[in-house]
Write a protein that binds this ligand. Structure first.
Ligand SMILES: Cc1cc2nc3c(=O)[nH]c(=O)nc-3n(C[C@H](O)[C@H](O)[C@H](O)COP(=O)(O)O)c2cc1C
Length: 329
């Protein structure tokens, strides 16, 4: 099953193995893709065995930059650098999706030149801490509209650079996750309170991105669906959110953790988010990606066979062993 193709809009993935986004932080500080970054992707993909590569999170505007050496989708001047990256992935026979991110309060003033922002003026409940330790400013509705527009502009750049699709990052305690999680969203306006309200920025972002890239272009969301923390977001929330995303026009749902980030406390088994992904898969018609803890192709096959997901991400194994896909598929 891992070797079976899957269709996302007009894009055919030749198999169900996904290299999930993993930040290299290897630019020179200007957001541009370097030879180091091209080599990193090329060594992992050149064997032609990875159906889909979702590239590391790139910032959509300077305010949302997560790290000094992160790649950028914030400026038209980034286009040439991004084109080179997509070219390498396509030459390897992989399809490429760009992960677009705003770090929110996980940004730091030293990198962005401004006070970090978030849904609410609250410190993130994450270990180890993210950001610069300062209390973020609560975004105004006007500032939220600017961020939504920045996502759409970045998506257009990804499309122009040749990417086969884009992924809106709403996991791992970054800005959209900060709106989604009740642990970090205590707003009393239309962007806070009920889950529907906490998903308002997502619906607006999806609509803006969709309007900007057109009806046929694949758009995904990476959802940090469950915080696995007292008072945090739940699997039921992730199912509800995924239905909302599907209704809003998302083509692919990529599941991971929320305030627990990409690991799950007390769990290291293959597919440690599978209780969430199976529940989401049962509730939506679009394909679902499950990532976390998978070390072998057999484990990936097993997760597909039991209906836990439609695609399987393998991250750290590919980091450790660039030839993982060639040796396992
Ligand atoms: C070094 C590193 C960087 C990561 N960067 C990102 C990222 O940019 N965006 C993202 O959504 N997840 C990121 N992740 C999480 C991975 O995409 C993946 O969900 C996680 O590694 C769990 O899968 P695994 O057990 O197969 O490694 C990163 C993980 C690692 C180890």
């Amino acid at each position: 099953m891992l070797k079976e193709p899957v269709q996302i809009k007009n894009v055919t993935l030749k198999n169900r193995l996904v290299m999930p986004p993993m930040a290299t932080y290897k630019t020179a500080g200007d957001g541009k893709v370097t030879k180091d970054i091209l080599d990193y992707y090329n060594t992992r993909a050149e064997g032609g065995k990875i159906g889909l590569i979702i590239t590391e999170h790139g910032y959509i505007c300077r305010q949302g930059k997560a790290g000094e050496k992160q790649i950028s989708f914030a400026d038209d001047a980034d286009l040439n650098s991004l084109k080179k990256l997509v070219e390498v992935l396509h030459q390897c026979g992989s399809k490429a999706i760009a992960q677009l991110n705003h770090a929110g309060s996980a940004a730091s003033a030293a990198v962005t030149g401004e006070r970090p922002v978030s849904a609410s003026s609250m410190i993130l409940p994450v270990t180890p801490p993210m950001g610069d330790g300062s209390i973020p400013a609560e975004l105004t509705a006007e500032q939220i509209a600017d961020i939504v527009q920045a996502f759409a502009d970045a998506a257009v750049r990804a499309k122009e650079a040749g990417y086969d699709g884009v992924e809106i990052h709403s996991a791992h305690a970054y800005l959209l996750n900060q709106f989604y999680s009740p642990l970090t969203n205590q707003r009393t306006d239309a962007y806070g309170g009920s889950l529907d309200n906490r998903l308002r920025i997502h619906r607006e972002t999806i609509a803006a991105v969709r309007a900007a890239v057109g009806p046929d272009y694949p758009v995904a969301v990476r959802l940090g669906g469950c915080d696995y923390m007292e008072g945090g977001s739940t699997i039921e929330d992730s199912v509800y959110a995924s239905r909302v995303f599907e209704e809003a026009g998302i083509d692919l749902i990529d599941l991971s953790g929320g305030m627990c980030r990409f690991t799950r406390p007390g769990h290291e088994e293959a597919g440690y988010f599978k209780d969430m992904s199976a529940a989401v898969k049962a509730a939506v018609n679009v394909p679902v990606i499950l990532t976390g803890g998978v070390k072998t192709a057999e484990e990936a096959e097993q997760l597909l066979a039991e209906g836990a997901a439609d695609l399987i991400g393998v991250g750290r194994e590919l980091l450790k062993n660039p030839k993982w896909a060639d040796e396992n598929l």
